[in-house]
Design a protein around this ligand. Structure first.
Ligand code: UDP
Ligand code: MG
Length: 316
């Protein structure tokens, strides 16, 4: 196993058009890096169960350039698992996870490497703005970062994606984290280490379509929060306490009123409101409980995070 200086880890799912464009842009840029050592690099693609010609494209690229390596997963495991697979098989002293659609500008790599040389273990890219995103996506992203950082003690930097440079030490910490739920940004935040930011501009996707619809993003958000925080579980004790206090106050009021002005039969509205409100609260808290119990189930099953069907290039 010969180590290289830089590993780019690139998860790909149905990106046959993007692979060639990516290589044509990134390889010359890496070869021209000011830092001579960093010109020793590998490009590790993780084929996340593509059903198009993505793997064939990567195979051809490997035949032409041995610095291109790949893992092919046995099915689609999702980007987070694909990234974990990439981190496990990367050999660089620094690893940079990157999207293949060039939304993460390779020009930023030079700055990341410079900060790494200056002694930072994590150099994360922060988007200068979100104008390439639609308004609803911007708003929901904003809301998510706020909610996550409010609920969790591991703060994730706002508007920073998975595009970042990780020192080998950080990669090794991430690799020891056994959880099946791989919300990468949360794992990076938990690991800590000395980190710095570089600003970058996120372009539109070069070719192809985004693999994330709102439902997938919502699932990712729930994964992120449940894996980083237990506040949603604990909050029900407080809600319950408050409701019980309110109920006590109301009970005293009813008793006093009954004693002073006699028994009163009407009360349909207050009864209905109380029943529906409490029923709703109970279902909600049960739902939250269910989210966590479901996650405990996937964790205790201890299945592998991903299954590699094939490796292209020397395996380690
Ligand atoms: N991706 C993946 N597995 C998936 C979905 C996406 O490996 O199940 C890859 C995809 O090929 C791309 C990266 O993850 O390289 C980011 O995906 P995308 O551009 O669709 O996300 P967006 O930029 O819209 O958030
Ligand atoms: Mg993209």
């Amino acid at each position: 196993m010969n180590a290289v200086e830089l590993s780019l880890v690139i998860p790909v799912k149905d990106e046959e058009e993007a692979v060639g464009i990516f290589l044509a842009k990134v390889v010359p840029l890496l070869e021209a890096l000011d830092d001579p050592a960093a010109r020793s690099f590998e490009l590790l693609f993780v084929d996340d169960g593509s059903s198009d010609a993505t793997l064939a494209k990567i195979r051809a690229a490997h035949a032409a350039d041995r610095r291109v390596r790949a893992l092919s997963l046995s099915r689609n495991f999702g980007k987070e698992a694909a990234l974990s697979a990439g981190l496990d098989h990367s050999r660089g002293l620094a690893v940079i996870p990157m999207d293949v659609d060039l939304q993460d500008p390779p020009e930023a790599i030079a700055q990341m490497v410079a900060k790494w040389r200056a002694g930072f273990d994590v150099v994360y890219g922060v988007r200068d703005n979100r104008e390439t995103d639609s308004l609803p996506k911007r708003l929901t992203a904003d809301l998510y970062y706020r909610a996550h950082n409010w609920l969790s003690s591991d703060k994730i930097p706002e508007h920073a994606g998975d595009f970042r440079l990780l020192d080998r030490r950080v990669v090794d910490v991430i690799r020891t984290m056994p959880e099946r739920n791989r919300f990468m940004k949360g794992l990076f935040a938990w690991a800590g280490f000395k980190s710095a930011a570089v600003l970058y501009h996120r372009e539109e996707r070069t070719v192809g379509q985004t693999k994330y619809n709102y439902w997938k993003l919502w699932t990712l958000a729930v994964d992120g929060i449940t894996s980083a925080s237990t506040v949603p579980l604990r909050v029900w004790s407080y809600v319950g306490g408050l409701v019980a206090l309110g109920a006590l106050g109301y009970a005293i009021f009813i008793i006093v009123r009954t004693l002073t002005s006699g028994i009163e039969v009407p009360g349909y509205a207050s009864m209905m409101v109380a029943v529906l409100f409490l029923g709703g609260l109970q279902l909600l808290s049960l739902g939250v409980l269910g989210e966590y119990v479901g996650r405990i189930l996937t964790e205790v099953k201890q299945r592998p995070l991903y299954v590699v069907r094939e490796t292209i290039g020397e395996s380690d």
